[in-house]
Design a protein around this ligand. Structure first.
Ligand code: HEC
Length: 134
């Protein structure tokens, strides 16, 4: 009975994710794609590959996938100084891009789920709002 109940809840939770989280993520990613094309592609390039030693990659970036909060902070407030991405040191400047919290969430959802990147949890406006300048 217990296993049955657990399986039942898992199925309901899964269905809920498919019905609600999935379209929400897709819509956010679609808005994020446009934001990426307007604000990010000039440096991080079409496939998120970046420019070695100058603009770090977003595709397969260990920094992005492991430092979600700091990535949000960088997009929100700007980022400069030494950072290591996939074993390569960058010491450059990304100026603040002037995006709204919702736009930061959308572009994060796009980059976290594109070019082979995958993220389990969606970035929400609340999460972005909670990230303070250091
Ligand atoms: C003017 C060029 C430029 C633009 C435009 C730009 N970035 Fe960056 N970005 C950089 C640089 C340079 C760094 C590394 C900064 C450092 O060396 O500290 C960086 C770092 C990052 C990082 C963390 C490092 C990594 O590669 O994982 C993320 C995430 C990121 N940018 C996302 C974005 C997003 C999303 C946008 C658009 C909303 C954007 N950037 C627009 C130049 C840019």
């Amino acid at each position: 009975m217990k296993t049955f109940l657990l399986a039942y809840f898992a199925a309901v939770a899964g269905l809920y994710m498919v019905l609600f989280q999935e379209p929400e993520l897709k819509e956010s990613m679609e808005r994020g794609r446009d934001i990426y094309a307007d604000f990010c592609v000039s440096c991080h390039l079409e496939k998120g590959e970046g420019v070695l030693n100058t603009f770090p990659p977003l595709a397969n970036s260990d920094f992005l996938m492991n430092n979600r909060e700091q990535s949000i902070r960088g997009i929100k407030y700007g980022q400069q100084g030494v950072m290591e991405v996939n074993g390569v040191k960058y010491n450059n400047v990304m100026t603040a891009l002037g995006l709204e919290d919702e736009e930061v969430a959308d572009v994060m959802n796009f980059i976290l789920n594109s070019w082979g990147n995958t993220s389990d949890t969606m970035v929400t406006v609340e999460e972005v709002a909670g990230v303070q300048k250091k």
